[in-house]
Design a protein around this ligand. Structure first.
Ligand SMILES: Cc1cc2nc3c(=O)[nH]c(=O)nc-3n(C[C@H](O)[C@H](O)[C@H](O)COP(=O)(O)OP(=O)(O)OC[C@H]3O[C@@H](n4cnc5c(N)ncnc54)[C@H](O)[C@@H]3O)c2cc1C
Length: 290
């Protein structure tokens, strides 16, 4: 099913994100974890894309398995900046052949070895180049956005101007980078609506269930960590069981607040952890589908 149809429904829902294995040897264990997550019957499962590596084909294998064997809609991520036009065209054909109707169209991070290159020679410079190409086929297309501003942007105004161009190029919905303070999301939402971006938007929530995960998540995303969350990691970070409970409770609280403030679809960065995904679903059992 196209996610645009799903997002038009007047019900509350959760979707989960999984990532493919980085090494061939991990394929079976990752596949099993993603199957357990699909069994929870989220609105959809998105599968990230690791550009360049020999395992990028696994995005499709996992998305196809979930869709065909669990009847859950899938969203295949695709990045373009480090790929040739030929490779991307082949990927698009493969996604089409797998019967997947939804693509998260991303630029991807610029690899170190490309950073000094003359960008005018690249086949893809921004996600918008990929979106324009995808528009030639009949996909439902998602795009990324950044409540705390993309690290390469000079300021939020510039970032939102580029986001609007990306939206107008043919996006059907947006998913945000993770954030730990909902007020940052509400401010961002206000600004993009004011700028005339009317697309459905899925806030992305990352449950932090291991103390050491915070540092890495913040390094990757640049997200602000509120004092309330820091206190929780200080107190429980060295106790795996307690940290897991506290992290799940914090993420659940963020999701409930988003639902209470009019958001219908929340995307959870469940990181191949079926137990975490299940606990969040259980916490919201009477709230979902209202
Ligand atoms: C929901 C989500 C899912 C993700 N999934 C993956 C994944 O599966 N695999 C992966 O490798 N990475 C993933 N990422 C990370 C993403 O690839 C990086 O954040 C990347 O640096 C930017 O990708 P983008 O699609 O947002 O780029 P773009 O939309 O192209 O934006 C990148 C930067 O360029 C600026 N910009 C855009 N257009 C122009 C223009 N015309 N002129 C000047 N500047 C411009 C933007 O303001 C921004 O600063 C994901 C991110 C999010 C939020």
């Amino acid at each position: 099913m196209k996610l645009s149809q799903l997002l038009a429904k007047d019900t509350l829902s959760l979707s989960f994100e999984v990532f493919p294995p980085k090494a061939d040897t991990a394929f079976d264990s990752v596949k099993k974890a993603t199957e357990e997550i699909a069994s929870l019957r989220p609105a959809f499962v998105s599968v990230t894309y690791g550009a360049g590596g020999g395992t990028s084909r696994y995005t499709l294998d996992i998305a196809k398995n979930i869709k065909e064997n669990f009847g859950v809609s899938t969203l295949a991520h695709l990045t373009c900046v480090s790929s040739t036009r030929e490779t991307v065209r082949q990927q698009i054909e493969d996604i089409k052949a797998a019967g997947i109707q939804n693509i998260m169209a991303l630029r991807g991070d610029i690899p170190k070895e490309m950073q000094e290159q003359n960008r005018s020679s690249w086949d893809y410079r921004y996600a918008i180049d990929l979106i324009r190409e995808l528009k030639e086929s009949d996909f439902c297309i998602g795009g990324a956005c950044y409540p705390e501003v993309h690290p390469e942007s000079r300021n939020q105004k510039e970032d939102i101007r580029h986001l609007k161009e990306k939206a107008l190029a043919g996006l059907d919905f947006l998913t945000t980078q993770m954030f730990f303070d909902n007020n940052l999301f509400y401010n961002f939402l206000y600004k993009i609506r004011e700028a005339g971006i009317t697309l459905p938007i899925l806030p992305g929530i990352m449950p932090i269930t291991v103390g050491t995960q915070v540092k890495r998540a913040v390094e990757l995303s640049g997200s602000f960590v509120p004092q309330r969350f820091k206190a929780l990691v200080d107190k429980f970070g060295d106790d795996p069981g307690a940290m897991k409970q506290a992290g799940i409770a914090y993420a659940t609280d963020q999701i409930i607040d988003l639902f209470a403030n009019g958001i219908r679809n929340v995307h959870v960065y469940s990181m191949n952890k079926p137990d975490v995904a299940a606990a969040i679903m259980a916490n919201l059992s009477d709230i979902l589908n209202k």
